[in-house]
Structures are given as structure tokens and as C-alpha cells.
Write a protein that binds this ligand. Structure first.
Ligand SMILES: [Zn+2]
Length: 150
């Protein structure tokens, strides 16, 4: 069996999200012929190639249940750390940003998140020049078959 046949596509991100069990760290997992596998590692092996000894398969998309081979890369712990540190810095900068949503200005993403119920990732994704793109967000929700919060 190929891991990719047990996924659903996230239309917003292109992630192929694992539909079955997830381990305590949040990664997709499965049992095959009595062996335990992490879904993203198996997907890499099945669709890209062997994983060098001692190397990690990293998620370039930061979505732990994603098994899309195009979102996976070989790396080591240092790469992984640098990547998440970078992401953290960007997220912190974004949180401090003013954002206008439907005519209301919030003094930071956190405040906007609390007031609207929008997720931080949606806020970051759809805010350009301090203005939240409500239409873009709603379209994204329709595509991802999610109900829009606003
Ligand atoms: Zn992905």
C-alpha cells in the first residue's frame, strides 16, 4: 500500500494529510506487516527514496500529519531547529502587528484572535499591509470545506 492513498488533500496548503492514527508527538503512524512506521517517513521512502542513516525527514510545511513528498526533505536536528526558530521569530513579529478586520483595528494578532475566534495562522496568512483579507479568508474556508469564523 502507498501512504498517499490514505490521505486527504488540504486545498489551502496542498498538504496531503494522513487520515489514520497519530502518535503522541502528532505525527501520522501506521503498522504494516507487523512493523511500526511514521507515515511521513514511509511516504518519503515510497515516493522519493531511502532516508540516509540517522537523518530526519522534515516537514517543510510544518504540518506533522502531512505526507506529501513535495513537502518533505531530508535534514538533521540542527536544520529542524533553525527552521522552527525562524518560524517562531516570524510568528512573534506577526503577533505584534496591528490588524484591521471588517473596519475594526486590533493592536496585535493575539487581540484579533481573541475577539474574532480566527486562528493565528489564518490571521497571518490573510493579513496584508495590516488589513485582513476577509473575502480571501472566506474563499479559503470554502475551498477547505471549513466554516468561516467571520
Ligand atoms: Zn504539507
Amino acid at each position: 500500500m502507498n501512504v498517499l492513498t490514505h490521505t486527504t488533500e488540504n486545498k489551502e496548503t496542498g498538504c496531503l494529510e494522513w487520515l489514520h492514527s497519530v502518535n503522541s508527538a502528532g505525527y501520522g503512524q501506521l503498522h504494516l506487516d507487523g512493523q511500526h512506521y511514521l507515515a511521513h517517513r514511509l511516504s518519503f521512502q515510497q515516493n522519493v527514496g531511502e532516508i540516509p542513516d540517522g537523518q530526519l525527514v522534515r516537514h517543510l510545511c510544518h504540518n506533522k500529519i502531512c505526507v506529501n513528498p513535495a513537502h518533505l526533505a531530508i535534514g538533521n536536528h540542527t536544520d529542524n531547529y533553525a527552521d522552527s526558530a525562524e518560524k517562531h521569530r516570524n510568528a512573534n513579529a506577526a503577533k505584534a502587528q496591528k490588524v484591521e478586520i471588517l473596519g475594526v483595528v486590533y493592536l496585535g494578532m493575539r487581540a484579533a484572535q481573541k475577539a474574532t475566534g480566527l486562528s493565528l495562522s489564518s490571521l497571518v496568512k490573510y493579513t496584508k499591509d495590516g488589513i485582513f483579507d476577509v473575502q480571501g479568508y472566506r474563499n479559503g474556508c470554502v475551498l477547505a470545506r471549513r466554516s468561516a469564523k467571520i
